[in-house]
Ligand binder design. Sequence first.
Ligand SMILES: CC(C)(COP(=O)(O)OP(=O)(O)OC[C@H]1O[C@@H](n2cnc3c(N)ncnc32)[C@H](O)[C@@H]1OP(=O)(O)O)[C@@H](O)C(=O)NCCC(=O)NCCS
Length: 179
Amino acid sequence: MNAIATEHSMVIRSATEKDLDKVLEIDRLSFPTPWTHHCFKVVLKDIFLVIEQKEITGYIIACLCDLGLRAEILRIAVHPDHRNKGIAIELLEAILLIFSKENVESVELEVNSANRSAVKLYEKFGFKIERIATFIADDDEFYIFYVMKLTLREPQKVKYQVPKKHYHVGDYYDLQIAA
Ligand SMILES: CC(C)(COP(=O)(O)OP(=O)(O)OC[C@H]1O[C@@H](n2cnc3c(N)ncnc32)[C@H](O)[C@@H]1OP(=O)(O)O)[C@@H](O)C(=O)NCCC(=O)NCCS
């Protein structure tokens, strides 16, 4: 599958190792505890980028779990200079479309309850708070996370599910760099 062109002259494509420096830059600007280069390399096949005028302006990391029945969104971030113009919406729409085509039943994610913009973003897509998780960081700071879930289709009653061979979204959707 080639790159997905969105309505707003953005292109969404898979990440390659060459993109990681820019992804790390956006990550450092977006999270108090950024991921390392190694973390991003491990999930490389699950990283999708949004490109605007040849510039990487945001990314989403999403993977398939439980024989492809469930999916998880691990991280999403948009460069601070490009926020509030619908980039996160485009990224989520693209990834949810892929999950629907793959017959995924539900999508889950964890979000810091204090991150109002992210919670609002996920609610916009119909994600609901499934449960609350607490976390004490190394600095003894206490954090509350929402585990949010979006049901894409009702679970089917199957006795046996043939395991899918691969689990990376990128194994099914090998998005290529737009020419
Ligand atoms: C959360 C984030 C990804 C949103 O990206 P964005 O491209 O600016 O978001 P969009 O412009 O697509 O906005 C989508 C929706 O998100 C919500 N939203 C985004 N920014 C918001 C803000 N500052 N305040 C309140 N709601 C906000 C709104 O519901 C918005 O829809 P609306 O404009 O119709 O109300 C971005 O702020 C970011 O990178 N934050 C740092 C990283 C992060 O917190 N990631 C999520 C946790 S994993």
